[in-house]
Design a protein around this ligand. Sequence first.
Ligand code: ZN
Ligand code: ZN
Length: 119
Amino acid sequence: MPIDPKIQCVAVRSPRGATSTEIEWKDGHVSVYPHVILRGYCPCAACQGHQGDIKFIPCSGHQLEIDEFEPVGNYALRIEWFDGHGSGLYSFKYLRALCHCQICHPEPLGEEHPDLPRT
Ligand SMILES: [Zn+2]
Ligand SMILES: [Zn+2]
């Protein structure tokens, strides 16, 4: 089965020291992720346990700086944070659902951080 272009990542842009990361998708959509959102929704077991929806966990400081991105197969990105936390595997499907832009969320999310389903 061909992979949905909506969940095919063509580029990740995250200049060192940036506070947000940009992901370009094969369908032409560009998602901008503030790091507070990316880290807050880290899907790893240490942050989220092993079951239930993914919850937003507030964080700050070095927790919000990204050390590196590592592609995992063609379906996910592993994000290593500056504080050494690096067990979060962000599937592209999950990242796409996490997009906070106005097209994906016509109603602004504001300060609300809803729980997300696991993918
Ligand atoms: Zn985590
Ligand atoms: Zn979007």
